[in-house]
Design a protein around this ligand. Structure first.
Ligand code: PLP
Length: 760
């Protein structure tokens, strides 16, 4: 599940960008200073449209590239987006048709000119954005399909370069007659090079690559981003004024430094400020509105509305000035600008609110499909869960920074040629397999292991890339799915290898070797059998592995046993080598293996629990406290606060009776959400406003009572932290495992499916 709330900064900046576009068409500072006007409308405001392209790249293309649709060559969700833009374009054309006709734009048009207008220039001056978006998206998809991301950047960059010399650098292009001729020919097809062909692709691609798998600006500090933005914007300003001084521009929408400026600006907004949902900051409730999903949807509608309608409002303001005789409405640039903005906002805001509520109602009545509020326009495709803010009841926050720190720690600890193959089974130990794997994909992780075929399918359907190994048994009725979803299967033993072979089509497998755990795997002494598996015609053996069963305990006996397992595994490899069988990827370490036996690194490390920032017990976790950061927090809300009096019971079965007057808070979480019932009767506690509140009576299926008598000022709606930090206090999953007599793995993997998972 994706959460749009974290992108509040991006949606708010859309409004700023739309208002900047209005300056381009009203020149508010023109009457005051030509330089100031140039700076505002030809430099600063030029950031707006690339910004919109980047947002589209980020929320439309990035997800599309990661989706199964793209892999399979289908249009899928992208089609819906394109259709939406097309509808918007057609509607806008119709809105401006009367104005255009009145202004004489469409007189004596040839077919060629109509095409030029529709495809490149737009039928009214600002409408070029829509065909540019469609064309740019199409081109970028084509480039990425043909040449992958890197090649696509080269192509988009080349197009941008061509565009530059037809725009701000035109004065240089005309110095070379053959080149000038090319541009002249071009300008008979399009009036400007700032269009979908030359300008849009590079920014769309930049936006899409925010979530690309290699290094992203996420790894850049906020400070670096700010410095990058300030420097590139200052240089872009210098670039623009220099070009202007030498009178080189033919038009002034494209600069070399617009690309880095857009990159840093977008990166900064994507990171957003600290203190947004779930970072532990207490944000006044009134401010929650600023990033409520509904507010953000309305913002998107408003920015689109401003973009489309402001030229119409310019016409209206001119009309008013003419008929009322108040000439200053158009002569005073600043007044003109504010009149246009006010009028546009006055029309757009109520319309946006109305549309949001109407559309929301409709989508809920239409059998509450997850796709709500899709009328939001220019960009953005994120879905909310259709039921409003998802932090309303019980939810799980996954810290991207913590996950990243843990990934970095393991990469550091493992040799260069050993890749991470994170275990994302059991919904990534309760963290949310899709959001975790997607984030790991973005961090460059390209192999995963899961417990069963359904888990693999879930990941593929969500567009997860790379190798996915199923560690457990897969019934032959699912063998088709192994192929369809490109999943690798563990060979459990020779008998199972035969079943796989009899399927009759090629399957990718890793051979499991039993070196002493006696769970799955062919026995390590059975070299003949293992060789036979290698020879089976339909099995493509990509790897071979074993699992260490006592690597978590550092007693003498356990260490000896672990080393025995390792040497038996090595013996298998040697025996295979002696028979000329080339050993494919090998792996034997899980979390404890990497921590306790780093020297056993193979080609993969199947890290699970430790990647989530804890180990199975507190004892094991403590020594790694500085290296591993807990990734998950579990939070819930106070539904009600009430007083009960001495002698009154609370909760099921008269299990608790108040000794004196006390205050209880009812929490919206229960054992169905993964809060163990064994925490009942005061064994467990939660944090509210940084203070501990013990559990009272029995944990219910969906609700839990806690004692807040000693806590000041607890109110309905307050957040209660079940796992995680609040103020100076912390409850770790180790605490809960201890209180319930189990290991953290069980607590985490049994978190229910009801709490939404969100990356923060
Ligand atoms: C679960 C599992 C892992 C991951 O184990 P952790 O201890 O959580 O790191 C690795 N390999 C196999 C075979 C597993 O079943």
């Amino acid at each position: 599940m994706k959460n749009r709330e974290q992108y509040a900064g991006i949606d708010w900046f859309r409004i700023a960008a739309a208002l900047l576009v209005v300056t381009i068409h009203t020149s508010p500072l023109a009457g005051w200073s030509a330089e100031a006007d140039f700076f505002l409308t030809r430099v600063l405001a030029r950031v707006a449209v690339p910004y919109f392209f980047m947002v589209t790249g980020r929320f439309v293309l990035a997800d599309y590239f990661l989706s199964e649709d793209f892999q399979a060559g289908r249009i899928g969700r992208l089609g819906r987006y394109l259709r939406k833009i097309l509808i918007l374009y057609v509607v806008s054309i119709l809105i401006y048709l009367p104005v255009g006709i009145y202004a004489g734009h469409y007189e004596h048009l040839t077919v060629g000119e109509v095409c030029r207008m529709l495809l490149f220039d737009g039928t009214f001056y600002h409408l070029w954005y829509f065909p540019a978006c469609i064309m740019g998206v199409g081109l970028v998809c084509l480039f990425v399909r043909l040449w992958k991301i890197k090649g696509a950047f080269v192509a988009a960059g080349a197009l941008y370069l061509f565009g530059l010399f037809g725009d701000s650098y035109y004065g240089l292009a005309v110095k070379c007659p053959p080149i000038a001729l090319i541009y002249k020919k071009g300008f008979s097809l399009w009036s400007y090079t700032r269009n979908g062909l030359f300008m849009a692709p590079v920014f769309l691609l930049l936006g899409a690559c925010v979530v690309s798998r290699k290094k992203t600006r996420r790894q850049m500090g906020r400070g670096q981003l700010v410095i990058g933005l300030l420097c590139s914007f200052a240089l872009m300003t210098a670039e623009a004024f220099t070009l202007r001084y030498f009178e080189l521009p033919r038009h002034d929408s494209m600069y070399v430094l617009l690309v880095p400026t857009g990159f840093f600006l977008y990166g900064l907004l994507e990171r957003g400020p600290d203190g947004l949902p779930g970072t532990g900051w207490h944000i006044p409730r009134a401010l929650h509105l600023l990033y409520a999903p509904r507010m953000l949807r309305i913002l998107r509608l408003i920015s689109t509305g401003i973009y489309i309608l402001h030229p119409g409002m310019i016409v209206v303001v001119r009309g008013i000035a003419k008929f009322s005789g108040i000439n200053s409405l158009v002569e005073n640039g600043i007044l003109h600008y504010f009149c246009v903005v006010l009028l546009t906002v006055a029309v757009v805001c109520p319309a946006a609110v109305l549309l949001e509520f109407l559309v929301k109602k409709r989508s809920l009545t239409q059998k509450g499909s997850g796709r709500s509020g899709d009328a939001d326009a220019v960009c953005s495709e994120q879905e909310t869960n259709g039921f409003g803010i998802s932090t309303d009841r019980a939810w799980i926050e996954i810290s991207r920074d913590a996950l990243q720190a843990n990934v970095a720690f393991f990469r550091e600890r493992l040799p260069e040629d050993c890749q991470l193959m994170p275990a994302v089974k059991a919904d990534a130990y309760g963290h949310g397999a899709v959001i975790v794997a997607r984030e790991l994909n973005r961090m460059g992780v390209e192999a995963f292991c899961v417990a069963c075929v359904q888990e693999g399918i879930e990941l593929r359907r969500a567009g997860i890339q790379g190798e996915i190994l199923i560690l457990g048994y897969t019934h032959p009725s699912w063998f088709d799915a192994l192929r369809k979803y490109r999943l690798s299967q563990t060979v459990l033993d020779v008998a199972y290898a035969n079943a796989l072979r009899q399927y009759g089509k090629k399957l990718h497998v890793h051979i499991g070797i039993d070196t002493g755990m006696h769970r799955l795997g062919e026995r390590c002494e059975h070299i003949e059998e293992i060789c036979r598996i290698f020879d089976m015609p339909n099995l493509i053996v990509d790897g071979m592995f074993t699992h260490l069963s006592a690597d978590d305990i550092l007693g003498e006996q356990e260490q000896a046993f672990t080393m025995g397992q390792a040497s038996r595994f090595t013996a298998v490899m040697d025996a295979l080598g002696a028979r000329g069988i080339e050993c494919p990827k090998i792996h034997l370490q899980a979390s404890y293996g990497v921590l306790n036996y780093p020297e056993l690194a193979g080609d993969y490390a199947r890290v699970g629990i430790a990647l989530y920032g804890v180990l199975s017990t507190r004892e094991d976790t403590l020594p790694w406290r500085d290296e591993l950061r807990p990734v998950l927090s579990l939070k819930t809300r106070v539904a009600a606060v009430k007083e009960i009096y001495a002698g009154e019971p609370a909760g099921y079965g008269l299990a608790f009776t108040a000794a004196q007057t006390m205050r209880l808070a009812v929490l919206t979480i229960g054992y169905a959400d993964g809060l163990p019932r064994a925490l009942s009767d005061g064994r467990g506690e939660v944090l509210i406003r940084g203070q501990r509140a013990p559990i009272v009576g029995k944990v219910c299926m969906d609700q839990t009572l806690v004692d807040v008598s000693g806590l000041a000022d607890v109110r309905p709606g307050d957040v209660a932290v079940v796992i995680g930090r609040s103020g100076g206090e912390e409850i770790t999953v180790c605490d809960i495992a201890e209180q319930t007599g189990t290991i953290t793995n069980e607590i985490l993997s049994r978190l229910g499916k009801r709490p939404g998972r969100m990356m923060i």
